[in-house]
Design a protein around this ligand. Structure first.
Ligand SMILES: Cc1cc2nc3c(=O)[nH]c(=O)nc-3n(C[C@H](O)[C@H](O)[C@H](O)COP(=O)(O)OP(=O)(O)OC[C@H]3O[C@@H](n4cnc5c(N)ncnc54)[C@H](O)[C@@H]3O)c2cc1C
Length: 416
């Protein structure tokens, strides 16, 4: 089949790779000049299944409310007049029960484990090298935060995902560079999770995909998808030139820009756009830098190593924010970096970045067939698109090739 994948972020490139492996003729349509130039560019790089946690959880509404009147830039869910935001918030509140948390975490871990296994196979078979590091240490600044994770630990055991609950001293022993002056109640060590450089991975996989025959059409924007009985016609624009191309099937992997396309193909799930931020600074003292990937659970901010750089990423703003909000978010990241690793880098000279992603109220992506024949979706991976990309890509390729996906898709499709 002739298949178009719209979007060359990590999700689009992995989908194209698996489609080509199944013998399809694949074109990736990308408006930017290369792969991974949008949300896949500057994120924290966290990988694995055990740390995947839905944004909706008991206690979260209270935590969010406390941020309503703060201007520290950490979490900002203040809805605008936008009716989509209000609908998303209402639906998100319904997911904030214990049952919701456990059900959504199970779905995320199902896809995360599958992705982890495929990523390992892919890296091995193509000798991919993308600065992988093992081990995530989740930190809790107080006992109240620490207690919140207890409900999810049984799911980790059920899924055979190893973990270790640590007291303060054990956290410092495992991660000696952690600042002893910052209050810490304890941690959770996830040895099978870790992080990696998503841009390096995507660029390497692009080369492998090209060797399999995948064509990348860069600087080309898909303006419209017109379904027809033989598939769909794409209206494309490249350097002021417009044209049309017919495909047998189309995969939407267009990240945060997917909303108008999703509406046109009748997908009416509660999806909202979010903005998150990162700061990447060169390491100045290796001995004072993290060895593991750190997640400050109380602040919902990650600190990861990218070879000789440190990346601090997180903060969550509903919709698009004004520049002043951006500045506060980056300041928050620098503060958290300084809290835990004060001498590792000059964070104020680091590179500021922000990216957009789509999140459903249950935090799980939308995968598979849409209501329109031959149009498929692979979107809304929220804050975990890199950790879920390989599984999502393989599932899409299997469905398009008429094969049964290797994992249960219950709760991950358009029907939920
Ligand atoms: C600060 C931050 C931290 C994060 N941390 C992590 C993390 O630690 N681990 C993790 O797994 N995830 C993380 N994420 C989430 C992750 O970045 C995303 O889920 C993931 O990159 C989404 O990949 P994607 O390919 O769907 O989207 P993108 O990378 O945004 O790719 C979509 C592509 O589609 C193209 N496109 C869109 N519309 C069109 C069109 N009409 N025509 C042509 N091209 C089009 C865009 O140009 C873009 O290149 C984080 C995100 C942020 C912002």
């Amino acid at each position: 089949m002739r298949v178009a994948v719209i979007g060359a972020g990590v999700v689009g490139v992995t989908t194209a790779y698996f489609l080509a492996q199944n013998g399809h003729q694949v074109s990736v349509i990308e408006q930017r000049g290369n792969v991974s130039e949008e949300a896949s560019l500057g994120h924290a790089g966290l990988l694995g299944a055990a740390h995947l946690t839905p944004f909706a959880a008991p206690g979260m509404p209270k935590q969010i409310l406390s941020h309503f009147f703060k201007t520290d830039g950490a979490i900002n869910l203040r809805p605008s007049v936008n009716v989509t935001h209000w609908r998303w918030l209402r639906s998100w509140l319904r997911e904030c029960s214990l049952e919701g948390l456990l059900a959504n975490k199970e779905k995320m871990q199902r896809l995360g484990r599958y992705s982890q296994q495929l990523l390992s196979e892919l890296s091995h078979s193509h000798n991919l090298d993308f600065q992988q590091r093992s081990g995530i240490l989740q930190l809790f600044r107080n006992v109240k935060e620490q207690k919140k994770i207890i409900a999810g630990l049984a799911l980790l055991s059920d899924a055979d995902l190893p973990f270790q609950q640590l007291d303060t001293a054990a956290c410092h022993q495992l991660e000696p560079a952690l600042n002893k002056d910052t209050s810490l109640a304890g941690g959770l060590y996830l040895p099978q999770d870790g992080n990696g450089n998503c841009v390096l991975f995507t660029k390497q996989l692009k080369l492998v995909a090209q060797q399999l025959g995948v064509e990348f059409e860069f600087l080309t924007k898909c303006e419209q998808i017109i379904p027809n009985k033989n598939g769909a016609t794409l209206h494309l624009k490249k350097a002021e030139q417009t044209g049309q191309q017919q495909f047998d099937a189309v995969v939407l992997a267009s990240g945060a820009s997917s909303t108008p396309f999703l509406k046109n193909i009748g997908i009416n799930l509660r999806i909202a756009q979010f903005q998150s931020y990162s700061n990447t600074a060169n390491i100045k003292n290796l001995d004072d830098s993290p060895r593991l990937s750190i997640i400050d659970e109380s602040e919902q901010i990650a600190i990861t190593r990218m070879d000789k750089r440190i990346r601090i990423a997180g903060t969550l703003h509903l919709g698009k924010r004004k520049n002043t909000a951006d500045e506060r978010a980056w300041q928050k990241l620098r503060n958290v970096g300084t809290d835990w690793f004060p001498d590792a880098a000059n964070y104020h000279t680091g590179q500021n970045w922000s990216g957009h992603h789509l999140m459903l109220s249950d935090s799980t992506p939308v995968l598979g067939r849409s209501a329109v024949k031959n149009i498929f979706v692979n979107c809304a991976h929220a804050e975990y698109g890199w950790a879920m990309a390989t599984g999502s890509g393989k599932i899409l390729a299997d469905l398009i090739s008429g094969k049964s996906p290797e994992i249960d898709l219950d709760g991950l499709t358009v029907l939920r």
